[in-house]
Design a protein around this ligand. Sequence first.
Ligand code: GLU
Length: 290
Amino acid sequence: MTQPVFRFAPSPNGHLHLGHALSALLNFEMAREAGGKFLLRIEDIDSTRCKPEFEQAIYEDLAWLGITWSEPVRRQSGHLEDYCRALAQLEALGLIYPAFESRSEIAALVAARESPGHHWPRDPDGAPLYPGSARLLPASERAQRIASGQPYALRLDMVRAIEQARALFWSETGAPPEAPEAMPAAPEAWGDVVLARKETPTSYHLAVTVDDALQGITHVVRGQDLFAATRLHRLLQALLGLPSPHYGHHRLILDGEGRKLAKSTGAVSLRQLRQEGVDLADIRRRIGLA
Ligand code: GLU
């Protein structure tokens, strides 16, 4: 049997909070119990929001939680060529196309399609499904726009991608034992999702799928908020010929108003709690791991 490999993959765009503590401790302890490996991956693709001081803080906070990880730590920003290779593979399959609309042009297209009683569909992250028709641009016009330096997003042709991949399933903790591989992927909710931009050669979805395969991750354990993302990751695995790990989507830690903890809504950080004198046993109690 292959050795189980777990991972924790934070983005250094803020300080870790109790939700991260739960995810990191679950993975670390599951790896230990399974006699497996625990890896740390720094998801620092978004160079405008990620900062070295947050990365340093991740190492300190995890050490404070009693977590150790196998070296080397993979930092996504150092592996852009891996994501370019995956994009080239999708391009060779005829599954991606450049779309040149700016965010405000997309917003205008969506507004034009919405009317009272008619809501343009959103993807699981709340972004409007792509309303444009760049998929139909002739190759010569694409080439000319790219050559003239126009910014663009590389989008997945979802209809063709699903045709190529056919029905997909993944293995999920909590699935019935008689059908452990039976979680249907249903990635169409994402529409023609962005996989890269001119200035950033990958999106979160592509990078995480490629990295989990390259790092030999056998178990992806992450928050329920990423359940819909797994639908898309399963599709990308199939298209890229990558293995599909086992998935578990754990409960989320909520704030006083019932919202999931988030850096963007000012969740209290682990370091703040530490400075206030909260100890590890207290942290474990607060996240239901006592
Ligand atoms: N980097 C993602 C985050 O911080 C997590 C990615 C994952 O676990 O797949 O939310």
